[in-house]
Ligand binder design. Structure first.
Ligand code: NAG
Ligand code: NAG
Ligand code: NAG
Ligand code: NAG
Ligand code: NAG
Length: 734
């Protein structure tokens, strides 16, 4: 036996490299294909399938130097596009099927005593994902909301009290991306990121990567959350300058990458560095490549690590062969190098706390699974300890990119940072797709688009709600009225019109962040605001278009405590909603889905003028909105009004006792923003205007009386006016 084995071994190693692959072996069932370069080594087969199906297991293959096509053992076929099946659903039901094909829908019904949150109907889309968000049925008895069961997943754990945990796993054959365990936190939110069950072969398209990655990294860059105490003056630094951002890029140079692919990965890193360095942000770059060993191409502590062109030049000069023996994938070695750089940096800084102020972003690219050096998690844990990562601070912030079919999705997911509503794990077919994706990321990186961002982990209300403005209006009789407002741009505060009886800027003072009273240049009330305009309809005082803009004498300097909130139909909101190129109508559909009767929203309580508090309410739509109108009709003030819609039409309605008792607004809250939170960002949809009851005394909230409803001036449909007044400060989308 032995000699034979040896013989065949020798025969193999002496076989001349083939120059062609067999063209009869590339066919695909029910689909078609094209071959580039006539089947020579390096040529590619591209498959296409009829609408509603996709090429399985891959959409292309390549002729290798051994004369074989990649994936030789697979029969290629067109498979129908399916979405992950909903397996179970809590406190409700849905028509259960084993498979859901493109265009098919899921319909959710909640059991008696439960309210549906999220869409009633979800549709299986072209990309194999369900439209809309995860639907839940709520009875509002938990401290945290029901975290839901994503399609393809099963959940264990049904208690939603503080510190309670739920666990998820995906149906066999699907990979869990996101958090397998989530915990109900004190801020009434779940830790980590909602899981998503991914089919291995379903790659992210370059467009999907561009969209999610550019927006997430833009957020990290623009909204870098410094670690600092309230009294540190450094906290007030301009968003664009301030502390440097460190970007570590980890490239896979192992044998299964190959020289050509490694060079493509180098180019991808160059593109990333080039793109992010185009902005007025202080960067430091590091590039590490890893195979059997990890090699530092650029160290964060090098003198030229902040100069993009110098970094790119050194990257270009690095040769694949410098790795020598390439068998093995030591990703832990790469993460260890990152740790060492951070450690050295901490020691060489005159101000050791400086490191804590620095946002560290790691972009990890992998072709295969790690097989040497051990689990890279160990190094990440050491980094977190070094950076004294505050809970929720996400430093280091790790993105992982898997290339091709050899990667371990579980490993990539373990490494990546988990942030709700954002993606840090990407799986693309090959490096070329990643290159294409990175080429387009610039769109998303603009510090001025950093609207509606907060530092969740802080107790400082000014950092938690940095867009809050406090307004004092001195009336002619000398009385001072307090009201709320929101920062929407460097020069403008949005508030209500009804307390600004005269347009005298001297009678108004505004405070934001830690600032003392700011001077006002001008006041603009909505031109259609006309309190006496509906007397003929027996409405003594109409609040329609109760909106005003206050123009400040001096531009605000944005920082972690002074920052604008997003407004719908602006470029900033497109980013916040992760919808590049979205129209105003798209924003409306995303914020107010038609089939949802209860839309989670919040306002900031002025109960105590220093310790602001988040108050959770629901905007009522559809049938639920009718109940709001009934409560208005009952008011004696409106007993002679024929059509109550004349009173309520221009407003969003919150409050009431059903399905859950909601906190009511108090007098001094007027002018403050009504906010919808999406994907970790805050978008203002209303301005608090009026309510049916007023039982608060000097911001002390009493028991909510029956029939209590609150009304908020609609912002989305007033954006034309807001855009006109603020001129080019907000980039409106049509
Ligand atoms: C594929 O083609 C075969 C006949 O060649 C047909 O029976 C089958 O239904 C087709 N499958 C799909 C998914 O179109
Ligand atoms: C709410 O629903 C849960 C089941 O999810 C149940 O255990 C609880 O008793 C219900 N609470 C109320 C107040 O109905
Ligand atoms: C990049 O942007 C161009 C122009 O906007 C677009 O045509 C192309 O599809 C984008 N590519 C990706 C991968 O997003
Ligand atoms: C607003 O009025 C309150 C109460 O009168 C006062 O404490 C506060 O200092 C005033 N703020 C400004 C900016 O004038
Ligand atoms: C409103 O009025 C209707 C009848 O006019 C009554 O049934 C209902 O209880 C009233 N609601 C409140 C909150 O007073």
């Amino acid at each position: 036996m032995l000699p034979l084995l040896l013989l065949s071994h020798i025969a193999l190693s002496f076989a001349a490299p083939k120059s062609q692959c067999d063209l009869t072996k590339v066919s695909i069932f029910n689909g078609s294909y094209t071959v580039s370069d006539g089947g020579n080594v390096g040529s590619r087969v591209l498959y296409s399938c009829p609408k509603g199906s996709y090429p399985f297991p891959e959409s292309s293959r390549e002729c290798l130097p051994n004369g074989r096509w990649t994936e030789p053992e697979h029969v290629f076929m067109c498979r129908g596009i399916v979405c992950a099946p909903q397996m179970t659903f809590e406190n409700g039901n849905f028509p259960k099927k084993r498979k859901y094909y493109l265009g098919e829908t899921l319909n959710f019904k909640c059991s008696a005593g439960f309210e549906r949150l999220g869409p009633e109907t979800r549709t299986c889309q072209e990309n194999g994902r369900w439209s809309g968000t995860t639907t839940t049925c709520e009875n509002f008895s938990g401290y945290c909301p029901n975290p839901g069961i994503p399609a393809g997943a099963a959940k264990t754990g049904t208690s939603y009290g503080v510190n309670d945990k739920v666990h998820y796993r995906c149906q066999s054959g699907l990979f869990l991306i996101g958090s397998a365990e989530r915990q109900c936190m004190e801020n009434k939110k779940w830790s980590g990121a909602e899981p998503f069950c991914k089919e291995r072969q379903k790659y992210d398209s370059p467009e999907e990567v561009t969209e999610s990655f550019s927006l997430s990294i833009a957020e990290t860059i623009a909204g870098a959350k410094p670690f600092c105490k309230a009294e540190d003056s450094g906290c007030e630094t301009d968003l664009r300058k301030g502390q440097p951002r460190n970007l570590f890029i980890l490239l896979d140079a192992s044998a299964n990458a190959g020289e050509e692919k490694f060079n493509a990965a180098k180019e991808t890193a160059e593109i990333l560095i080039q793109k992010v360095s185009g902005y007025d942000i202080r960067w430091r770059f590091a590039v590490i490549s890893y195979a059997l060993e990890a090699k530092t191409i650029v160290n964060i502590n090098d003198d030229d690590s902040g100069e993009a062109q110098a970094v790119i030049k050194r990257l270009k000069n690095f040769q694949y062969k410098e790795h020598g023996r390439k068998h093995g994938t030591n990703s832990r070695g790469a993460f260890e190098k990152v740790y060492n750089m951070l450690f050295a940096n901490a020691n060489q800084q005159r101000d050791p706390l400086g490191l804590l102020w620095t946002q560290n972003i790691i972009v990890f690219m992998a072709n295969g699974r790690y097989n040497l050096g051990g689990d890279p998690q160990v190094e990440i844990k050491r980094m977190r300890e070094l950076l004294l990562s505050i809970k929720g601070q996400n430093n280091p912030d790790i993105y992982s990119f898997g290339l091709g079919h050899d990667v371990s999705l579980d490993e990539l997911n373990d490494l990546a940072t988990k942030i709700d509503g954002e993606r840090r794990v990407f799986h693309v077919q090959g490096i070329d797709d990643l290159k294409r994706a990175f080429n387009n990321i610039t769109e998303g990186i603009e510090a001025s688009d950093a609207c509606g961002m907060t530092t969740e982990s802080t107790n400082d209300a000014r950092q938690k709600f940095p867009w809050i403005a406090k307004i004092n209006v001195t009336h002619p009789d000398g009385t001072v009225q307090q009201m709320g407002g929101s920062i929407i741009s460097q020069n403008f505060i949005l508030t209500v019109a009804h307390s600004l009886h005269n347009n005298n800027p001297q009678s108004i003072s505004v405070t934001v962040g830690r600032n003392v009273a700011l001077k006002v240049r001008n006041v603009y009330r909505h031109p259609k605001y006309n309190p006496t305009g509906k007397k003929d309809k027996n409405i003594a005082q109409s609040f329609d278009y109760d909106l005003a803009l206050i123009e400040l004498e001096q531009k605000l300097v944005f920082s972690s405590t002074v920052r604008p909130i997003c407004l719908p139909c602006t470029r900033g909101a497109s980013r916040a909603l992760r919808k590049i190129g979205a129209t105003c109508k798209d924003h409306e559909n995303a914020l107010f889905p038609e089939d949802e009767e209860l839309i989670r929203a919040l306002f900031i309580s002025g109960k105590n003028r220093d310790v602001s508090e988040e108050m959770n309410v629901f905007i009522k739509q559809g049938r639920k909105r009718e109940d709001c109108l009934c409560d208005v009709k009952n008011l004696s003030t409106f007993k002679d009004v024929a059509d109550i819609k004349d009173v309520t039409d221009k407003f969003l309605c919150t409050g009431g006792m059903q399905p859950v008792e909601e906190p009511q607004i108090c007098k001094g809250d007027a002018g403050g923003p009504l906010i919808i939170q999406r994907k970790g960002r805050y978008i203002q949809v209303g301005v608090i205007s009026w309510g049916t009851t007023n039982s608060c005394q000097a911001f002390i909230r009493n028991k909510v009386p029956a029939g209590s409803r609150d009304f908020h001036a609609d912002v989305l449909h007033s954006m034309d006016w807001i855009g006109e007044v603020t001129k080019d400060e907000l980039s409106l989308v049509k």
